[in-house]
Design a protein around this ligand. Structure first.
Ligand code: ADP
Ligand code: 5GP
Length: 212
């Protein structure tokens, strides 16, 4: 039976593990589409244009916003980030789910958009602030200055935890991954995500009445 695509939003303070979890979800279900954001932040070592992000300059970013090509956008840690709407619309209309690794501002904008009723928003909390810092350092991709800035802003992101449908504490990575898969599997079965159910029930009714 046909299914409507879900917009799956993952948010967390930087370092809590959402990119790692997003990668695991993409490996679990090749039908999932990852929304590749555009950003003005410079690429980290190992990041590839068009894979983790589209790395653009400020003028190109602002032109996309002006042209209405962004589903949502926000300024995070002094850089612009936004989700291009074209690929999302294509995926959703083909019944595919789209995974977003975005901050609370973006999550809120998508929830308030026309696609809001098809969103599933999940917030990832770290087990402790000390562990959050340890993970940011372990990732070893940002300077001390950037890590300090991210730690400082972490509370701002955490304070929006209660705007999400589900909240997971990412202590054990495998366990969090399993919980995410369970949530997604269940949400896909919501009545609102199954537009063909009505026809199916009507067919059951016809069959039922033919027997009597
Ligand atoms: P985010 O995308 O939220 O900024 P990352 O996914 O980059 O965070 O994770 C930050 C670091 O923490 C990475 O080095 C990752 O391997 C590690 N990490 C993620 N989840 C866990 C976990 N449950 N236990 C230990 N380390 C983790
Ligand atoms: P990073 O620079 O670590 O890749 O991402 C920094 C923060 O920006 C993370 O919280 C990430 O989820 C968020 N982010 C990434 N892409 C987008 C986007 O397209 N829109 C919004 N609103 N936030 C984003």
């Amino acid at each position: 039976m046909a299914r409507r695509g879900l917009l799956i939003i993952l948010s967390s303070p930087s370092g809590a593990g959402k990119s790692t979890l997003a990668r695991r979800l993409m490996a679990w279900d090749p039908g999932l589409r990852f929304s590749v954001s555009a950003t003005t932040r410079p690429p980290r070592a190992g990041e590839k244009d068009g894979r983790e992000y589209y790395f653009v300059d400020e003028a190109a970013f602002k032109a996309m916003v002006r042209d209405g090509a962004m589903l949502e956008h926000a300024q995070v840690f002094g850089n612009y980030y936004g989700s291009p709407s074209g690929p999302v619309e294509t995926a959703i209309s083909a019944g595919r789910d789209v995974l977003f690794d975005i901050d609370w501002q973006g999550g809120q904008q998508i929830r308030n958009s026309a696609l809001g009723k098809h969103t599933l928003a999940i917030f990832i909390l770290p087990p402790s602030i000390r562990e959050l810092e340890r993970r940011l350092r372990e990732r070893d991709q940002d300077s001390d200055e950037i890590i300090a800035e991210r730690m400082q802003k972490s509370w701002d992101e955490i304070s929006h935890w209660d705007g999400y449908d589900y909240v997971l504490v990412n202590d054990n990575l495998d366990e969090t991954e399993e919980r995410l898969k369970t949530i997604i599997t269940a949400e896909r079965l919501r009545r609102s995500q199954q537009p063909d159910l009505l026809d199916h029930v009507r067919a059951l009714q016809d069959e039922f009445e033919e027997r009597s």
